[in-house]
Design a protein around this ligand. Sequence first.
Ligand code: EPU
Length: 416
Amino acid sequence: MDKLEIEGGVRLSGEVSISGAKNAALPVMAASILSSGENVISNVPQLRDISTMGKLLAHLGMGYHQENGKVILQSKKIEAIEAPYDYVKTMRASVLVLGPLVARTGEARVSLPGGCAIGARPINLHTMGLEKMGARITLSRGYIRAKAKRLKGAMIYFDIPTVTGTENLMMAATLAEGQTILENAACEPEVVDLANALISMGAHIEGAGTSTVKISGVSKLRPLKYKIIPDRIETGTFITAAAITGGEVKIRNCNPGHNEALINKIRETGAEISAKKNTLFVKGPERPSSEDIKTMPYPGFPTDMQAQFMALMAVADGTSVITENIFENRFMHVAELRRMGADIRVEGPTATVKGIKTLKGAQVMATDLRASASLVIAGLAAQGTTVIDRVYHIDRGYQCIEEKLGGLGAKIRRVK
Ligand code: EPU
């Protein structure tokens, strides 16, 4: 298993370019099920999760090919309707094929995802929505089966805004008979990107990016030709890495508007951040000051940046209170940050971080994607060497992390 070795204490400086958004590319790839022909998706990051989705779509009978940031999916034939356990257990986002498969073929069987490192993460709202649209849902031997000759438009209210739930039902509704209204829908930029991709295929969607999304079903969709938005979480991770090292970094090919909550908070810790079109300039402070955060659905502070922000607060001047409102178990990084000397106390959904002057390098273990990013950020600022085990977690969501950080001067290498 690969490890990352980081020699801390270097102020990052230079330019870095952001890749396409993993969490936008995954649903857009699944949306190609709704068409019949050649789908070309560009600005797709080269990541393990993307190839898992590609292999799953190939398992369904589609052609899948990835080259130079493009994914090409041939969707003329769908030969299978099942997302097997082996795919779903490696990547929960496999569940995104559920809605489009029922819409296109009238039936889908998707392995029910189990709990994961950050929480129980049920998919009851995805199935509730499909049921409202007339699908018959059954659970057998760990698989969810959804069946409907043609889905029917429905009024669907989400108890909690769910990102992939909104995406699944939005895709399903594009080919349904009549109008579907999604209330309390997720407003994340990735949902908007999927809506734009579907609209480019001929779908009728209004209101994506607000909590009410209206979809009028059509009988057919064209294949995709679509460019994915930049990854706001990769952007946020580099903003935080620049801030913690007191560095000066220019972040290119990003969308500053998608990171307002984070930028605002990082500015309050003392960093100077300015934006110009698709570029951000970040100048980290000598030592960050403490700030409290509460994770919230978009446009609130993203849960996917909570762990990285905590690493920054671990060395802040003062005490920070971090509340995780989205996932019930997203503090796995705390025990690892403590191994580096961080003073963090957790009580329920709240972590109290008493900033210390310097973290000390240590051997630590990545437990999930964003937790591993927080360990990298901590390692960049720590005194001495940090070795991060189970790097495959970071490879799921960050393209060429060590090359990109290395390009900014970080002393980081992969140990095979
Ligand atoms: N929830 C339910 N029932 C459902 C669906 C969700 O109770 O049917 C709950 C979840 O348990 C959670 C909350 O609703 O407490 C929000 O979860 P959501 O469904 O929005 O999460 P997700 O769609 O499974 C996506 C991202 C995650 C990101 C979250 C929150 C993708 C592929 N994944 O997950 O990304 O953390 O939204 O923004 O888009 C990551 O990239 O590292 C990652 C985990």
